[in-house]
Structure formats: structure tokens, C-alpha cells
Design a protein around this ligand. Sequence first.
Ligand SMILES: [Mg+2]
Length: 109
Amino acid sequence: MTSETWIPHSQANHQQFIERAKAKGRFQTEDEIVNFLALALCGEAGELANILKKQWRGDSLDRTALIAELADIRIYLEHLASHLGVDLDEACRQKVEVVRKRLAASEAA
Ligand SMILES: [Mg+2]
């Protein structure tokens, strides 16, 4: 499944989740959805950090869990960007160029 196919499926899942939450009286405003997504993204980053912390202290790496948390992070990030009206692909293209120029400038200095 490419990003062209998984993102629409993920958006459909997200829309279903939002509609169910609204029916229960939650997520009545766009701000509430954005705040939820931002916190969820941080939560998933924490779950990823915990997996890496456990490996760092000597436990074996749970690669399946690691992959799942990376996916959770990307999915929440995609939804957050969408709700904020941000073209994440374009934002990344621009950011990569900024970093490339910064590295080139520091190389020349
Ligand atoms: Mg998770």
C-alpha cells in the first residue's frame, strides 16, 4: 500500500472516529480535534521513546512495537497537518531545502 492509498484509508478511519466522538458529545469544535491530535502525537512519541529507552537500558528491541509506534506517529501527524490545512509533503520539501542550504553554508564557512 503506497502513501497514495494508505492516507485516504487512514483519513476515512479518522473521519469515522471523529463522527463517533461527536455523537458522544466530544470534539464539537475544530480546535478540540486539533488539540486532541497534538496530544495524541506527543503520546505516540512518548511510546516510541519508551521502547527505545528499554533497548538503551539493555532490553531486547521490540521491533514490531517500534514499527507500530512510528506508524502511529506518522498517522497522527498526517491527520494534524490535514486539520491545520498544511500540505505536509510540500512543507517537508521546503524544510529539506532549508536544511540542505544550511549544511552547504556551514560547509563553505
Ligand atoms: Mg501507539
